[in-house]
Design a protein around this ligand. Structure first.
Ligand code: URA
Length: 250
């Protein structure tokens, strides 16, 4: 583990676990992304359309289905790898994402990356990062129900192609929209549900963790739960993270 990586981990966890200095980060992590994962049963739509992630992204960038398009600089369709271990679903782009057209690249995104890294995940390697709405709500207000409803078909079409092993839903808007519930995020977080047949874990939004550091302990519980669930479902990840899970008591 390099000094910089140690800092990243310590900053996220802010716990004694940060003192760990296992060799995990110095190992090269190679997962098998061969197309051998059984198809998720209820997402056959991509096979019936000409959808690709690129064609969906192009539609998103040209979309005028809701008022959010009026003030956007760039839509942020999502990024990462296909057949990811984890599809992270946030709320919607903020100023940095609107400027760059990439999801979760601001301060919250940097924390999200640290959270993922702490359990052997990243958008470059084994995750896809997306949002409920793809255009920035002005002033970072909550996206309106009609805006979410207009945008969610894009996410569902992405899901049909991505076929993630599990979903990590970040924050209240994401969890309540996907699970169609009015329950608060404090009650929802840490409890596994399903979305379209795919295991889904709600957790706090990284922006919330930046505002209330005391919630990082619970967020770490969620990351451990996510890590355990993926290890149960994917033997490659199970093997690659064995040392990490043992060192961090996951
Ligand atoms: N917050 C989100 O929910 N998504 C982003 O892409 C950035 C910040």
């Amino acid at each position: 583990m390099t000094g910089a990586e140690k800092n990243i981990f310590a900053e996220f966890l802010d716990t004694a676990a940060a003192a760990l200095s296992g060799g995990y980060y110095s190992q090269r992590v190679v997962y098998n992304f061969a197309d051998d994962r059984p198809d998720v049963p209820d997402v056959p739509r991509a096979a019936l359309t000409n959808d690709t992630l690129d064609s969906i992204a192009a539609e998103i960038r040209a979309c005028t289905r809701c008022p959010l398009h009026r003030e956007r600089k760039n839509a942020a369709p999502g990024e990462g790898i296909v057949q990811p271990l984890v599809l992270v679903i946030g709320e919607g782009p903020g100023a940095d994402e609107d400027a760059s057209g990439r999801p979760f690249v601001g301060k919250a995104g940097q924390l999200l990356d640290k959270m993922l890294t702490s359990i052997g995940l990243s958008r470059e390697k084994n995750c896809f990062i997306a949002n409920i709405v793809k255009c920035r709500p002005p002033g970072n207000r909550d996206p309106e129900p009609e805006e979410r409803a207009a945008c969610i078909p894009f996410l569902q079409r992405q899901l049909a192609i991505l076929k993630p092993l599990v979903i990590l839903s970040a924050g209240r808007i994401s969890a309540t929209t996907l699970l169609e519930t009015g329950e608060g995020i404090s009650r929802l977080r840490g409890i596994w549900k399903h979305y379209q047949g795919i295991p889904l874990l709600p957790t706090f939004h990284p922006s919330y963790l930046l505002r209330d550091e005391s919630k990082k302990t619970l967020a770490w519980e969620d990351m451990k739960s996510l890590c355990r669930r993926i290890a149960e479902l994917d033997s490659g990840y199970e093997a690659e993270t064995a040392a990490l899970r043992s060192a961090r008591h996951i």
